[in-house]
Design a protein around this ligand. Sequence first.
Ligand code: GLN
Length: 537
Amino acid sequence: MKYIFVTGGVVSSLGKGVTAASIGHLLEARGLKIAMQKLDPYINIDPGTMSPYQHGEVYVTDDGAETDLDLGHYERFTDVKLSRTSNVTTGKIYHSVITKERKGEYLGQTIQVIPHITDEIKSRIKLLAEEDVDVVIVEVGGTVGDMEGMPFLEAIRQFKKDVGRDNVIYVHLTLVPFIKVSGEVKTKPTQHSVNKLREIGIIPDMLICRTERALSEEIKEKISLFCDVEKKAVINAYDASSVYEVPLVFKRQGVDNLIIELLGLMDKISLPLEDDPWAEMVNRLKSPKHSLTIAVVGKYIKLPDAYKSIIEALNHGGICNGAKIHIRWVDSESLKSSEDAEKHLSDLGGILVPGGFGYRGIEGKLEAVRYARENNIPFLGICLGLQCVVIEFANNVLGLKGANSIEVDPETPYPVIHLMEEQQDIENMGGTMRLGSYPAVLRKDTATFKAYGSGLIHERHRHRYEINPEYCEEFEKAGLIIAGTSPDNKLIEIVEIMGHPWFVATQFHPEFKSKPTASHPLFRDFVMNSLKHQGRI
Ligand code: GLN
């Protein structure tokens, strides 16, 4: 088994996730089977209870783990199937060590960071080393030098000795800034960051240097000399027009060949593909025929990372329809009246209301739903977005004044969105929602069935509340149809508005399963109908 550890230095947000995912993509393209993992130094067990403003989106895996958004990049860039083992936090490590200590499993020892915490970290990494995997890629969150990250770095340092020196490489991502006033690029931060790594005993094999513009050969030589990394292993990750270009940028600089050589994988690989579907996708992305504006109405719009997978899924829908997508971020708290809706939501292709929690901003989302419904604007509602569709319909079409979700108004006379029995324990906030992949069966004469082209689907969930089935008959009579349910017919998964050009809302999150080379069918059709609405096709 071979291991690649990806660390980052100088500043955060350089794109370690995209870097790790791009490396994974390149290795898969050479016929290698990979596994991927993210180690996060924070103390939460998982990001499930964190505010999107703290953490960005919570990405959900098939098996229902609430994970870091970088895992979304892994699934979009590669064919890896992620699970609970794919995201490890300091909280999870300590929780398991302390649980073992209470059970007496350490036989009277004093429990310490080295070796107990580091051993636990290493054992979590080894969980990925399944028989059919060739390379395990592990991204270490945070920046070298952060206090919380130290046990993880110590563990990956020890790892090389444990599994054999030829079986591990370290890839370090740094920033090479361009100083405008002097017109120079500066290598010092990279040197410092590499020194910091060396101090703790990690010697990087490859440096990925983030820059605004291409690095000169001279600067690459300087970095190679000062950081003691071969020049061909000084890779330049200059700002690309899209993250999906990064694997191509790496490939042009021979990143795949270099890794294959460093890890001695020559006899396992296949030749690169002649017609690379990824390169073809990037070409399409860079030469759109149309431009399309979609409104996303949410309450975390100041931090678009909170809607990472939604943005990407819209882009994927754009790629396959030949359209460049522009997102108009609409703060749900700014939609207080129909005049506001007219001001912010007219003159665009489609409206998307994403997931969310709590009562803040609900009124604005209801306004957006009403506007899309009444004005025949293509609409996609996701999770809380679906719940808003139901609430709006109950109030404005069925005339059930005050109908609401009990999450928003526990005293509502018409609880159209309610709690399932098994979800009644809301004391324990972490990991207690309906999480992960569940099947749904689709009704044939619906836009959803048309999109999927099949009657049985599997999609990922992350919610506590559900549509109250008591109201379904009334809904259907008035034109809000149930387009999909759980196979036992108990839970409503999808609703649509009859007679509307395209109005679909789902209790699940389709955005988690969309890929740039294979747009999710609902996003594909949402974008297509939005283009039609604008008369572009
Ligand atoms: N807050 C809603 C629920 O818990 C919706 C969740 C979501 O949008 N992810 O059911």
